[in-house]
Design a protein. Structure first.
Length: 122
């Protein structure tokens, strides 16, 4: 089954004192190069450190969001879990494109990541 590995870097504001972060994941793709949401997507948010979460790497396994327009990802620590979405469905992802990561609840925690590497597998 063909798959893709995506690495994206957080486009934080220049004066933001938080750690740099990356979003990395591997997903099965269809013949158009689009992610197959019915397959699990495995990934990690690296370098994240904000609020009560210490800096670290946070793994996730996805499902399809309720509105079927994004991937839902649950991640965090035992004492604080986030339910986020990333807008990667129905897109042929390539370097330079933007992935928007929205932490739920609320859009005040919206982060853009720029895709820096795309690797395809057979």
């Amino acid at each position: 089954m063909p798959a893709v590995k995506i690495i994206a870097k957080w486009l934080k504001q220049e004066n933001d004192i938080r750690l740099d972060s990356t979003l990395e994941f591997v997903a099965a793709i269809d013949s158009r190069g689009h992610i197959k949401p019915e397959q699990r997507v495995y990934g990690v948010i690296t370098g994240y450190g904000y609020g009560s979460l210490p800096p670290g790497d946070y793994s996730f396994i996805s499902s399809t969001s309720v509105d079927k327009k994004a991937l839902a990802i649950d991640w965090g620590r035992d004492y604080q879990q986030f339910s986020s979405t990333i807008d990667v469905l129905e897109r042929h992802l390539k370097s330079g494109e933007i992935i928007t990561h929205v932490e739920k609840p609320g859009t005040e925690n919206t982060y853009d990541y720029e895709i820096t590497a795309v690797t395809y597998f057979e």
